[in-house]
Design a protein around this ligand. Structure first.
Ligand code: TXA
Ligand code: MG
Length: 313
């Protein structure tokens, strides 16, 4: 299949309306969208990514009214989170409406819903009219794409269109928050932090296997976010020993050793924004090991550490 590259959200929306699948930018990472009511198009999304069929997709809406199309009842705490953080990098998991095809949610009775705040994403979503399901637009198991060129690298010839936008502002996937129980549970940390959520609903907690009641997010059991290179998390930059031509380093403090690829970031935000494209760069250069400096596990740092741990498993 020929993949169309365009910066017209109208053209991209036409393709969706004709049953095609389109990669598009959001503030977190690029997504691969299909009309939520088009089962054939959704099947194409799973096929293009090589995504396991038991991993549910997130529904993306262009305005708040569309949430009612997708969800059964909306709990009080969910209302609060939607009010405060939509549009933005938060996905709320709610009980799903009957009209949602099973393939979208991998047979679950619940559905993750998110309203991106990226401008191009919103214009595109509104032009599509129906909500879209959209996983990250990478091959399953690879780091999520933060630039359209990374989407191209993974999915050229496998999808109908790439809506070209800027590189993504946050660079890590949205916070996934289960709102179906009495207590909201973070299934995947992201840019909307535990601290921010607890300001609205103090009982909010982070999912802990075996401890928390909420059903485990199916996506958590799959290998994720990993480059081919080995990822090693280091707390003290001076402890690293490596052959310089085979290693990369990303972090906040510049090491004294030499590395063949180096990415020094001024802030945790910049670190998060650069991480996945750095992983891809190191893979292109066939590096054996990527050393990643540890950060404080609070705010965005909690999401960054989560992705580093998964990549290093
Ligand atoms: O930032 C993001 O969320 C990006 C952009 C494109 O919006 N999307 C994204 O989608 O990261 P994906 O499919 O790569 O990751 C979705 C995660 C998976 O871990 C999945 O298992 C979980 O959300 N998830 C989706 N629906 C769920 C549900 N109903 N219950 C529990 N977990 C769910
Ligand atoms: Mg993904």
């Amino acid at each position: 299949m020929k993949t169309l590259l365009t910066d017209s959200h109208e053209k991209a929306a036409e393709i969706i309306k004709n049953g095609g699948i389109v990669a598009f930018p959001t503030e977190t990472v690029y997504g691969l969208g299909a009309d939520i009511f088009d089962e054939k198009a959704i099947a194409k999304v799973f096929a293009a990514k090589g995504r396991p069929a038991d991993n549910p997709l997130i529904a993306h809406v262009g305005n708040r009214d569309q949430i009612r199309l997708l969800a059964g009842e909306i709990s009080q705490h969910a209302e609060k989170f939607i009010e405060a953080f939509f549009p933005g990098p938060l996905t709320v998991v709610l009980n799903k409406a009957n009209s949602i095809p099973e393939i979208a949610t991998a047979g679950l009775e619940t559905i993750g819903i998110r309203m991106p705040r990226n401008d191009l994403a919103r214009r595109f979503l509104i032009a599509c009219e129906n909500p879209l399901v959209a996983p990250s637009a990478n091959l399953s198991g690879k780091p999520s794409p933060t630039r359209w060129k990374a989407v191209f690298e993974d999915l050229d010839g496998k999808i109908d269109c790439i809506l070209k936008g800027e590189s993504t502002e946050i660079g890590l996937e949205s916070t996934v928050l289960d709102c179906t129980g009495d207590v909201p549970v973070i299934l995947r940390p992201g840019a909307i932090s535990l601290e921010q959520l607890q300001k609205l609903v103090p009982e909010t907690e982070v999912y802990k296997p075996g401890k928390t009641e909420a059903p485990k997010s199916p996506g958590l059991k799959h290998r994720h976010y990993s480059p081919n290179a080995r990822v090693v998390i280091v707390s003290n930059v001076e402890d690293i020993t490596c052959e310089k031509e085979k290693c990369g380093f990303i972090g906040l403090v510049k090491p004294i050793q030499e590395f063949s690829q180096l990415c020094i970031c001024r802030t945790t935000e910049e670190y998060a924004r650069e991480l996945y494209s750095f992983f891809r760069l190191c893979d292109q250069q066939n590096l054996k090991t990527i050393y990643c400096e540890s950060v404080e596990e609070e705010g965005l740092g909690a999401a960054l550490i989560d992705r580093l741990r998964r990549a290093s498993e």
